[in-house]
Design a protein. Sequence first.
Length: 239
Amino acid sequence: MKMDSKVFPDLDTLSRTALKDMLAVLDEAVANRGRFVIALAGGHTPAMMYALWADEHRDKTPWDRVHLFWGDERFVSQDDPLSNYRMTQEKLISRVPIPAANVHPVPTNLPQPQLAAEAYETEMRKFFGSAPPEFDVQLLGLGVEGHTASLFPNSPALEEKQHWVAAIRAPAEPPDRLTLTPVVLNRGRNTYFLVSGANKKEILAALRNEPDSKPSVYPAGRIRPSGRVLWYLDQAAAG
Ligand code: 6PG
């Protein structure tokens, strides 16, 4: 697989560069479309980028034009330590003057994951209108077995052709999750894969060595947006 990647000595430099690139897209999006819409990633790797955004660009960001969505979420309450929303709330949202109406968390307060998936899709359809959404930036991570967002190997959600959001059972803790599907993720204007840590070296090599002629066996390799795709790797992951 051809991988347009940048390698950095550490997570700090990776986070600073991804943030700088993202803010350039933000300026372009606000100038041309009046708003910047981002799908955030969960897990550990993006946390530093979120904190830097709040620390160093709080006063330079037009927060009333910024809309936050999530590429995936664990089906836990928003105050649960495993909640991607909670991580973002602590690192970014609670530290910047973004209007509450511009923050679009996955409604994990609903009784079942499937209801949360339907409700989130309804909210996205209200926000984006009929055409599948094109996020200005979508941040994605990479799991050691090749998952991205909460699209895990052999997940039926990988074959989804209609729905924008799927409720899935993951081979990971917590198992119940919500994820954007390839229907949406393959339309991103700018997709940044943020990958750090030596435990990602093997999967990155496997992805790179896959022939482009065949569909990838890894979910992350199945996300082939029409827009720009950049891989931000730290040296430990890149090997
Ligand atoms: C999640 C994520 C998931 C994550 C990868 C990488 O909710 O778990 O969205 O897709 O990006 O698991 O996680 P790390 O960055 O913590 O390695």
